[in-house]
Design a protein around this ligand. Structure first.
Ligand SMILES: Cc1cc2nc3c(=O)[nH]c(=O)nc-3n(C[C@H](O)[C@H](O)[C@H](O)COP(=O)(O)O)c2cc1C
Length: 388
């Protein structure tokens, strides 16, 4: 069974935490990775498909949700070869039965189930999920108890949850006592309150007393909030006098550079961007999501950032990043002109039904295998942009 103590992990992040980012984080030393929050009602209506072309397991949305049309959205994709034993799936839920149904649907492909009790964004809280659960502790604990009894114990998989701190330490400790008593194995504490933004300094001093409560219950604990890298975590652990059993979770810094988990120096942004793009393309990641991540990795003030935002396809992104030197400068005098020309060429070959080599166009083996990337992109487009 997976354990969490002392580990440095990738945070759950909507949009940013898709498979390519998780793999890059793992390859650079993340001990565990969290999926983005997946809403229970959506996840419980997915069908498991083994995608032989990519060696992934895809959970694809089916049509059976009332009011939803037939679709083939990939809701969740994992690469068992690299993620087995290291992937924690995060649920968004406001209902114990739905949480259990969703978790049972995917439990064979994940190492643990986590409940999101910390996201303050409208799409989560207006349904009573995420940080709203902090104000409904009875419901929060009912969901956790159900997950522990009906999923965790049955399938020998740990259940965990991620909370924010409350306005006072006493109120936080009282909540932690209740949450630990549900039988969870692990707790992540985002050391900011629901009203604090990511630019606000976290209340790290809450962590030591929270860790004491957790220890009494045999629950491991992870610190979250403004952790920058493995080296920074080592320093923090000393400064805050945290035991070796306390772990840390990184979100924004890992979104900007998924190699921050490394014991060596993390990659510079041009190398990180190149590596991310190659990984995303090898996994048939939707171009909209790839661009989103490149937009986080490439600093906004760089020329390369502006060029990247003008690209519309994987081919354009590949060409552009191949023109980038090791400092991130573009070696082509007029990359936008070249991209326009590429696009015109593609339009011509598309309208003739033939590719540039004059062969008939065929769908790629990967797309044929799951036929689902485009709908997945639609999902990504409609997801709200987070800045939590
Ligand atoms: C792009 C993005 C998406 C996020 N999505 C989620 C999510 O799905 N579930 C969740 O519990 N928190 C989510 N968060 C919050 C982070 O997991 C984390 O708690 C927060 O960013 C604080 O960590 P940091 O200071 O290292 O960024 C998200 C944060 C970001 C930046």
């Amino acid at each position: 069974m997976v354990t969490y103590a002392g580990k440095l992990v990738l945070a759950p992040m909507v949009r940013a935490g898709e498979l390519p980012t998780r793999l890059m984080a793992l390859r650079h030393g993340a001990d565990l990775v969290w999926s983005p929050e997946l809403v229970d009602v959506k996840l419980m209506h997915t069908k498991r498909i083994e995608n032989a072309a990519l060696s992934t397991v895809d959970y694809v949305e089916t049509s059976s949700r009332p009011g939803h049309t037939q679709g083939n959205n990939i809701v969740f994709r994992t690469l068992p070869r690299e993620e087995t034993g290291k992937l924690i799936l995060q649920l968004g839920s406001n209902n114990p039965e739905n949480a259990v149904r969703a978790a049972l649907n995917v439990v064979r492909d994940v190492a643990g189930i986590d409940l999101n009790c910390g996201c303050p964004k409208h799409f989560s809280v207006h349904n009573g999920m995420g940080a709203a659960l902090l104000s409904t502790p009875d419901l929060l604990c009912a969901i956790l108890s159900s997950l522990v009894a009906k999923v965790g114990r049955v399938h020998d998989k740990p259940v965990s949850c991620k909370i924010r701190v409350l306005d006072s330490l006493d109120a936080t400790l009282a909540l932690v006592e209740r949450v630990c008593a549900t039988g969870i194995a692990h707790l992540t504490v985002h050391c900011r309150t629901r009203d604090m933004r990511n630019r606000d300094a976290p209340k790290w001093d809450y962590l030591a007393p929270i860790a004491e409560v957790c220890k009494r219950h045999g629950v491991s604990v992870t610190l979250n909030g403004a952790v920058q890298s493995r080296a920074h975590f080592d320093t923090l652990r000393e400064e805050l006098k945290l035991g070796p059993e306390v772990g840390a979770m990184i979100a924004e810094h890992a979104e900007r550079n998924p190699s921050v988990f490394s014991r060596a120096t993390p990659l510079e942004w041009p190398q990180a961007a190149r590596e991310y793009l190659a990984l995303a393309q090898s996994l048939d990641n939707h171009v909209g999501n790839t661009k989103y991540m490149l937009g986080r990795i490439i600093p906004g003030k760089q020329r390369m950032y502006q060029y990247m935002t003008r690209c519309k396809s994987d081919a354009e992104l590949t060409w552009l990043l191949a023109q980038m030197d090791d400092e991130g400068k573009c070696t082509d005098d007029d990359p936008l002109k070249h991209i326009q020309e590429m696009r015109k060429g593609e339009t011509k070959s598309e309208s003739s039904g033939k590719n540039k080599a004059g062969e008939e166009e065929k769908p790629s083996a990967k797309h044929k295998a799951d036929e689902a990337d485009e709908p997945s992109g639609k999902r990504q487009k409609t997801e709200p942009k987070l800045s939590v």
